[in-house]
Design a protein around this ligand. Structure first.
Ligand code: B1M
Length: 207
């Protein structure tokens, strides 16, 4: 019998094989793909996000849960497309020009995927033009900029300026270890998040 709570629990434990098996069973039994996503995978990932935010778990556990989420999505993704379920919104994310740190950015991307967003991950060392063009092409609701270096965080401002110049409507959220709310205000960002779970909450408000 479909066990959506079990899917959430297996995802929290980071048990990718079990997530895959339970998602497949639920799908084979005819449970709606969106219900499996919302009450299984996303419900589990929300718990992971809260625990991570409260420092009850750390990066390795989150990455293991992310892998389990991907395992579930491998099965669910095609079913969601077939059933015409729309993403909650589109989020373009990357690490700014000159910066190669991507672990935090990957966590943000994973949390947003877990929250049902279409995520366009541009990777690392992304220039302003690439961020803005991608957001325009994808009609994105939000852009996420990550920076880990004091020397690269300054490149966020040029993305924000270019987005304004090109009349790009996507909201811009910034984050990364050297960032602060004050700095985000100073460069005209729409939001600042100190961690990936907060980023997902913040971006969720822009759908
Ligand atoms: Co780098 N590095 N690194 N490094 N590195 C730091 C950042 C540093 C603080 C280390 C130190 O000196 N103590 C320092 C920066 C100093 C500064 O600018 N003030 C530093 C330096 C100097 C450098 C190099 C210049 C070293 C050199 O070559 N001389 C070089 C630069 C390369 C470049 O980017 N051009 C460099 C290289 C590297 C590696 C390649 C070896 C590797 C990166 C591997 C990778 O990412 N794939 C690396 C690593 C691993 C680190 C440390 C050790 C760990 C960073 C990390 O992944 N943390 C780091 C020291 C440290 O932080 N303890 C350091 C875990 C991750 C989960 O946290 O990314 O902060 P973080 O993400 C957090 C939040 O910041 C937030 O959410 C996450 C938590 O939920 N967040 C967002 C991040 N992005 C967000 C976006 C949002 C919202 C929230 O919205 C869009």
């Amino acid at each position: 019998m479909a066990n959506l709570k079990g899917i959430a629990e297996a995802l929290i434990e980071g048990n990718a094989d079990k997530v895959k098996e339970l998602v497949k069973t639920a799908a084979d039994e005819g449970v709606e793909a969106k219900k499996i996503l919302d009450e299984g995978l996303i419900s589990g990932m929300e718990v992971v996000g809260v625990r991570f935010k409260n420092c009850e778990i750390y990066v390795p556990e989150v990455l293991v849960s992310a892998r389990a989420m991907h395992a579930g999505m491998d099965i669910l993704g095609p079913l969601l497309v077939a059933s015409g379920v729309k993403a909650r919104g589109t989020f373009v994310v990357g690490t700014v020009k000159g910066d190669l740190h991507d672990i935090g950015k990957n966590l943000v991307a994973m949390m947003l995927k877990g929250a049902g967003w279409k995520v366009i991950d541009l990777g690392v060392d992304v220039d302003a033009d690439m961020f803005v063009q991608s957001a325009l092409d994808e009609n994105a609701d939000a852009i996420g900029l990550s920076a880990l270096l004091t020397t690269t965080m300054v490149n966020m401002k040029s993305v924000i300026e270019l987005a304004k110049n090109k009349d790009c409507k996507a909201k811009i959220v910034v984050g990364g270890a050297p960032l602060t709310q004050n700095y985000a205000n100073e460069i005209g960002a729409d939001g600042y998040a100190p961690d990936a779970a907060t980023a997902a909450e913040l971006v969720g408000g822009f759908a």
